[in-house]
Design a protein around this ligand. Structure first.
Ligand SMILES: Nc1ncnc2c1ncn2[C@@H]1O[C@H](COP(=O)(O)OP(=O)(O)OP(=O)(O)O)[C@@H](O)[C@H]1O
Ligand SMILES: Nc1nc2c(ncn2[C@@H]2O[C@H](COP(=O)(O)OP(=O)(O)O)[C@@H](O)[C@H]2O)c(=O)[nH]1
Length: 227
């Protein structure tokens, strides 16, 4: 069996983690795992952790490290037959250390996007809450304005995507992500990509990954929720 590939994508809110993860999943057949989607699934299923996580997310707070690691690490350990790309975890040093003790990462992608770009993108980010699918009126608009392409359900905007909340979210991201980025840099697995457009960053990520994972001709891989 080919060696499994395990990667993490990091970046501030709006940096394109979800968008780029989907492209990587399609091009290279990795499973796209998203901490946000996983939390939403647990909330929908009313699991004990989901009920607890909801109380934080509703208040715009991060879910505590121990809840995140208890939820996610067993799932990652179960993924013994698939290569994966994790989006949204780890986002603190404690989470990164816990992940480290569970598996060896091959690669970490860090997205470095200017503040003005993040602000513009997020103020126009529309979300389908049930699935986590995201749209942007200029970049990837829904087929019908205000409606999810697959379900036809209404799209919403998050209050914390608006510029007033963004400065605090970015400051928080910088504070908690810095030691995580330093850790991955010291391990020699960090690759940082800077720019204002996903379409211009993507070819560089694509060629980096092509040197590490064989690309797949078929494009049948969709976003796959965690088991
Ligand atoms: N690794 C994590 N640690 C703690 N809380 C998390 C983590 N990942 C997600 N969460 C919680 O789940 C919520 C939803 O996560 P999700 O990644 O979907 O959206 P987000 O915060 O809007 O991130 P982004 O804007 O970067 O996509 C977060 O706001 C946070 O409360
Ligand atoms: N205008 C524009 N919007 C983009 C670009 N890349 C992603 N987006 C949109 O920006 C928003 C944030 O992207 P997302 O992938 O959700 O970022 P994440 O928060 O890091 O997961 C979404 O509405 C995307 O559709 C881009 O290059 N240009």
């Amino acid at each position: 069996m080919a060696k499994l590939f395990r990667a993490v994508i990091m970046g501030p809110p709006g940096s394109g983690k979800g968008t780029i993860s989907e492209r990587i999943a399609q091009s290279f057949g990795l499973k796209h795992l998203s901490s946000g989607d996983f939390l939403r699934e647990n909330i929908a299923a009313n699991t004990e952790a989901g009920v607890l996580a909801k109380t934080y997310i509703e208040r715009g707070l991060m879910v505590p490290d121990n809840v995140m690691t208890r939820l996610l690490l067993p799932r990652l350990e179960e993924m013994t037959r698939h290569s994966w790309l994790m989006d949204g975890f780890p986002c603190t040093l404690a989470q990164a250390k816990a992940l480290n003790s569970t598996c060896d990462l091959d690669l970490v992608i860090s997205l470095n996007i200017p503040y003005e770009t993040l602000k513009d993108r997020l103020s126009d980010r529309w979300i389908h809450p049930a699935s986590g699918r995201v749209y942007n009126r200029g970049f990837n608009p829904p087929r019908v304005q205000g409606r999810d392409d697959l379900s036809g359900e209404p799209l919403i905007q998050h209050d914390n995507d608006q510029p007033e909340a963004l400065v605090a979210r970015l400051r928080h991201y910088k504070d908690v992500a810095k030691p995580v980025i330093d850790l991955y840099k010291s391990k020699g697995i960090l690759h940082t990509f800077s720019g204002t457009e996903t379409d211009r960053i993507w070819p560089y990520i694509n060629s980096l990954l092509s040197t590490k994972i064989p690309s797949r001709p078929e494009t049948d891989t969709q976003h796959i929720p965690m088991p």
